[in-house]
Structures are given as structure tokens and as C-alpha cells.
Design a binder for this molecule. Structure first.
Ligand code: ATP
Ligand code: MG
Length: 429
């Protein structure tokens, strides 16, 4: 191996011994006879100290390197209370592993504000910054802990196709592709497949995957390629069973992140407090009352960003469910309950992060609802088939990973939560 220690692995037992470390040169301070180098690796930072009198050639080479060059350095690990970590490496040997050009397209440690597009254009360098890298370490944890929760509760992880002959929800906003001369679509969600699986006996499934939406709008909360945690569960009584999974999974993952990612959370300086479940349930009708008290709003309309923002100022809840939506604004597969749907959204600090519902499991009712939505039943034969041969009552949700992170970490743009965002204007890097 190139190195003996990561920056955070060195402890007092190493003091006085020889160690080898490696990483990126973040900063070099050359005081003439002595130079201090801040070296950064994947675990943190450390100080290298070079003394000219002792190693004149090495001193010259090291101090002439450009910032962000990659080196390995060996020498004595010396205790020193005055430097970070309580130790410094007195460099005796150095290998240049990769030279960095100057100037850098953007600074790594400079306090100067870099605009977001420059950051995204240079995402890899942007990721060298602690507070940016921290988002993706927390993202990794969220995926791990959400999975952990679901696996502990009887959910089987599945992987359904992302290329399909029918568009998931029968609506527009899909990317059409040429599939060997036939029309195909990139799926907007695993909706149809996860519902079909409910007839398979798998009972509870979840999927964490990419989805594609050709939404034209360019907002701080929409991506054209995004990831979600989707679940579907059979033999539910109603949508309340699904809501419990949504809130318990959220609380479990949030608490685990708070317990295990305190270093990263500090770097982002996010206020991650979340109340414990059960989260409040506010019906659509109650929400309408609030909206009508504060301005004009017509019953039956879907809630947009303006309404969600207004509700965030009027309701004192950080996180809550909106339940009992009008049937007309929910997808065809939502279970009707009079003029309402057994459907819910989970709102987190004024933004929808999850939509879910009890679904229709009765074939005849489903076909009727699809016709009411103007859908061509012939295009959905494969979806409908399992409903003809024994489909249990079921429900599920779709939970936007970037949406959750954006709210949990107090970030103002969803693009912060995805490595290489895809939006109207951006398909590179
Ligand atoms: P919105 O109304 O906020 O645009 P939606 O109701 O169209 O969202 P759903 O179809 O309910 O979205 O998708 C389920 C979840 O997937 C949403 O609650 C959200 O967390 C996430 N999501 C949906 N569209 C996007 C998108 N374009 N970018 C990022 N996440 C999305
Ligand atoms: Mg929704």
C-alpha cells in the first residue's frame, strides 16, 4: 500500500515512529527555513512539516508543488499540541503521485463564493470541499438506513426495468427513446411494476433507483433524473398502514444519521431536529380552509409551491401528512373513497417529499378509473394482467431521496443533493 495511515488513524502509539501518509496538498506555507503543508485525504487533514536545513532537495521540491497535487510523504510522526490532530509529520521522503495544474478552475479552501454553475461544472473539485463531500456521505447513510429499516420490516429489495413500452403513469413528461426502431420510455417511477409484484407473493417490496421525468420547468426542487425509495406492501387495511412505514422509516434513518454522521452534520451546519412519529395528519379539506383564510384557493386544485410555502408559515409542523386528497388530482391507481382518494403526501418544511396511497386492487374498478383518465387500456394489458388472477389489497409510496436530503440538511437547491444533476440545461459533466 502507498500509505500506512489515514489522517485520522494516527494516534499516540505512532508518535516517534515512522509513518507514510498520502493525499492532496491543500496549502503550503513556506517560511524560508521551514514549510508547513496541509495535506488532505479522504478522512481529514494533517500537517506535514519540512525543514530546509535537513532535506534541502526535498524542501525545494515540496514547496514548489501546485496546490491539489497528490503526494505520498514519509517521516517521523511527532507529537505537537500546537498543530491540528496533535501531531505533525516531519517529512523525510516524498513521492509526487499526480501533478495539479494551476490555476485551479475553482478554489478548494478559498472563502470566496463560487457560483453554483461553476461548482457544478467542476463538481469533482467542488467535492473536495468538506461541506460538499459531507452531503454525499449523509446521502450514503440515508440509503443504508432507509434500506435497513425496510429490510428489518419484511421488505424485499427488487429491481424493476427502467426502460418500458408504456409510460408509468400514462401521462406526458416522459423521455421517449428509440428502442431498436420501436418507441419506448424511460420510467418515471416503478409504480406499475411494484404494483404488479403485489400479486407475486413477495408481499412487501422496495426499490431504490433512478427515475426520469421530462418535466420542462426549471425549479430548485425538480430534477430530470432523480432517485427515490419506493415501497409497495400487500394486505394493508388502508393507506394508514403505508403512512406508518413512511414516518417510521424517516424517523429511523434521521436518527441513525444524527448518531453516526455528527462530523458531517457539523460541516453542513444543518438543523436536523425531527419530531418523533406519529406525524400530524391534516386532511386536504383542512388545508383548503387554511389556504382560503389566507387568500384565494379553489377546492379540487392540486397544491403547488406557493400553497406549500403558505402552509409552512401557517401550520406549526415541521413535517406532516396531507391526507384525503380529491380523487381528481391523484393518479388513476389511487383507491377512491367517495370523492376523495386514499392518498397522502408527506410534507417536510413546506415541500412534498413523498406521495403514497392505497391502490385499487379490483380489476374492474381499475379499468374504469383508467378510462375516466382517458387512458388507452390496450397499452396497459401487461400491467392489468396480474389484477385478473388474484391481487391482494395493497399500497405504497414514492419517496424522493434528494427532496428528503434537501430539507433535512437545510439546502436551498435540490441539485446540492445529487452528484451530477440533470436539468433542462445541464447534461454535463
Ligand atoms: P411535485 O408535485 O412536487 O413535482 P409529484 O407529485 O409530481 O411532485 P410524485 O409523482 O408524487 O411527484 O413522485 C413521488 C416523489 O418523488 C415526490 O414526492 C418527490 O419526493 C419525488 N419527485 C418527484 N418528481 C421529482 C423531480 N422532478 N425531481 C426530484 N424529485 C422528484
Ligand atoms: Mg406527488
Amino acid at each position: 500500500m502507498l500509505r500506512t495511515h489515514y489522517s485520522d488513524e494516527v494516534d499516540s502509539t505512532d508518535y516517534g515512529g515512522n509513518i507514510t501518509v498520502a493525499g492532496w496538498i491543500e496549502d503550503i506555507r513556506n517560511l524560508g527555513g521551514i514549510a508547513f503543508v496541509v495535506l488532505r485525504d479522504g478522512h481529514g487533514k494533517m500537517q506535514l512539516t519540512a525543514i530546509k536545513k535537513e532535506h534541502p532537495e526535498l524542501f525545494k521540491e515540496l514547496t514548489s508543488l501546485n496546490r491539489e497535487s497528490v503526494i505520498a510523504a514519509s517521516g517521523t510522526c511527532q507529537e505537537n499540541e500546537k498543530v491540528m490532530n496533535g501531531w505533525e509529520l516531519l517529512v523525510e521522503e516524498m513521492t509526487l503521485l499526480s501533478h495539479a495544474e494551476a490555476p485551479l478552475p475553482m478554489g478548494v479552501v478559498d472563502k470566496v463564493n463560487v457560483d453554483f454553475d461553476t461548482r457544478l461544472d467542476n463538481r469533482i473539485i467542488d467535492l473536495r470541499r468538506d461541506n460538499v463531500k459531507a452531503i454525499f456521505i449523509i446521502r450514503h447513510s440515508f440509503v443504508q438506513f432507509a434500506s435497513e429499516y425496510l429490510r428489518n420490516h419484511g421488505f424485499t429489495e427488487v429491481h424493476t426495468p427502467k426502460i418500458s413500452a408504456t409510460s408509468s403513469e400514462g401521462g406526458t413528461e416522459v423521455f421517449k427513446i428509440d428502442y431498436f426502431g420501436r418507441d419506448a420510455y424511460l420510467v418515471q417511477s416503478p409504480q406499475l411494476y411494484k404494483q404488479m409484484l403485489m400479486a407475486s407473493g413477495l408481499e412487501r417490496v422496495y426499490e431504490i433507483a433512478w427515475y426520469f421525468r421530462a418535466e420542462e420547468h426549471d425549479t430548485s426542487r425538480h430534477l430530470n433524473e432523480s432517485t427515490a425509495v419506493d415501497i409497495e406492501m400487500a394486505f394493508i387495511e388502508n393507506e394508514e398502514d403505508v403512512m406508518r412505514v413512511a414516518e417510521e422509516m424517516t424517523a429511523y434513518a434521521a436518527q441513525k444519521i444524527i448518531d453516526e454522521n455528527s462530523k458531517e452534520l457539523d460541516m453542513i451546519k444543518a438543523n436536523v431536529d425531527l419530531p418523533s412519529p406519529p406525524y400530524p395528519r391534516i386532511s386536504y379539506d383542512e388545508v383548503v380552509e387554511v389556504l382560503q383564510r389566507e387568500g384565494d384557493f379553489t377546492w379540487g386544485k392540486d397544491l403547488g409551491t406557493d400553497e406549500e410555502n403558505l402552509l409552512a408559515t401557517q401550520l406549526e409542523y415541521d413535517i406532516y401528512f396531507i391526507t384525503d386528497f380529491p380523487l381528481s388530482i391523484k393518479p388513476f391507481y389511487a383507491m377512491p373513497n367517495g370523492r376523495y382518494a386514499r392518498a397522502f403526501d408527506l410534507e417536510y418544511r413546506g415541500m412534498e417529499i413523498t406521495s403514497g396511497a392505497q391502490r385499487i386492487h379490483d380489476y374492474t374498478m381499475l379499468v374504469e378509473r383508467m378510462r375516466a383518465h382517458g387512458m388507452n387500456i390496450e397499452n396497459f394489458e401487461e400491467y392489468l394482467k396480474p389484477f385478473r388472477y388474484g391481487m391482494p389489497p395493497h399500497g405504497g409510496f414514492g419517496y424522493g431521496i434528494e427532496r428528503f436530503l434537501m430539507r433535512f440538511l437545510d439546502l436551498d437547491n435540490i441539485r446540492e443533493c445529487i452528484l451530477f444533476p440533470r436539468d433542462r440545461k445541464r447534461i454535463t459533466p
